[in-house]
Design a protein around this ligand. Structure first.
Ligand SMILES: Cc1cc2nc3c(=O)[nH]c(=O)nc-3n(C[C@H](O)[C@H](O)[C@H](O)COP(=O)(O)O)c2cc1C
Length: 183
């Protein structure tokens, strides 16, 4: 492949970090990550998201406890991260909702994923580490953060200074996932 552009280098640098230093995240860096998420594209510009920043240590640790698997060993690292971002999926606007019904597509979920990705890429550009967490006890997280009953926290992002090594990306080969002009 051609030499990497700055953006592709950033994409390569971003990884799911599962070890963190005990070092706080500067407010201005956090603000830029949130701004990158806020500026994300969404179907019909619906922006169906709320980002709850959990930086109160005690509360964050209680959230982290509910990300770890009781039966499967998963997400035992989350407490190390000084900040958790909980992304709540909001109701889409009427046009996006109409599209979801007519086209049978979950635009709102896609939107949340794109915003999360932009957050993580900005974090990587700030030298910060992230991990998207999809496995957590939704009910417990809702209770802890007073999220209304009819809303769902879809994703948690752990944020902090990464303490682990950079890994080589494990991905399917281009020829397995890219086709030209026909399936
Ligand atoms: C929607 C979503 C949910 C995820 N949930 C978890 C999770 O609960 N725990 C975890 O350790 N990693 C989780 N990940 C991270 C993936 O495992 C990771 O992105 C993938 O293995 C590729 O590795 P990389 O991010 O280091 O490139 C999640 C990623 C996505 C996009």
């Amino acid at each position: 492949m051609e030499e990497k552009t700055d953006f592709l280098k950033l994409v390569n640098d971003r990884q799911s970090d599962r070890k963190y230093h005990d070092k706080p995240v500067e407010q201005e860096k956090l603000a830029r990550c949130l701004e990158a998420a806020r500026l994300a594209p969404s179907a019909c510009n619906s922006q169906p998201w709320t980002f709850i920043v959990v930086n109160d240590k005690e509360l964050k640790n209680r959230i982290a406890e509910h990300t770890t698997g009781k039966l499967v060993p998963i997400n035992n690292f989350t407490k190390q991260a000084p900040v958790h971002i909980v992304i709540v999926m909001e109701n889409p606007n009427i046009t996006s909702k109409f599209g979801e019904i007519v086209k049978d597509k979950k635009y709102t979920l896609m939107d949340v994923g794109i915003a999360a990705s932009q957050f993580c890429l900005q974090a990587a550009s700030e030298g910060l580490g992230t991990c998207m967490i999809g496995w957590f006890d939704e009910k417990k997280v809702k209770d802890l953060l007073s999220i209304p009953k009819d809303k769902r926290p879809m994703l948690i992002i752990t944020l902090g200074y990464p303490a682990g090594k950079k890994r080589k990306k494990i991905r399917k080969k281009p020829e397995e996932v890219i086709r030209y002009n026909s399936y």
